[in-house]
Ligand binder design. Structure first.
Ligand SMILES: [Zn+2]
Length: 68
């Protein structure tokens, strides 16, 4: 049995299918007519204003005056 000379302790970096990559710059919002440039870190096709999905949930809804 031969010992493998390299990457035996798991320290070698495997080629991941996807690394953290920056998205191409210079993209603009997919909303028609929206000139907003998207951040390279913005994975969405839309700008923050047109992003259909919001990943945050507004907490602390104002209590409606019930049985006023
Ligand atoms: Zn937009």
């Amino acid at each position: 049995m031969r010992e493998q000379p390299l990457s035996f302790r798991g320290t070698s970096v495997r080629p991941l299918p996807r690394k953290n990559r920056q998205w191409s710059s210079g993209r603009t919002c997919a909303e028609d007519g929206c000139p907003t440039e998207l951040s390279i870190y913005n994975r969405s096709k839309y700008c923050w204003a047109h992003e259909p999905v919001h990943y945050y949930v507004a907490r602390g809804r104002k209590k409606k005056a019930e049985a006023a």
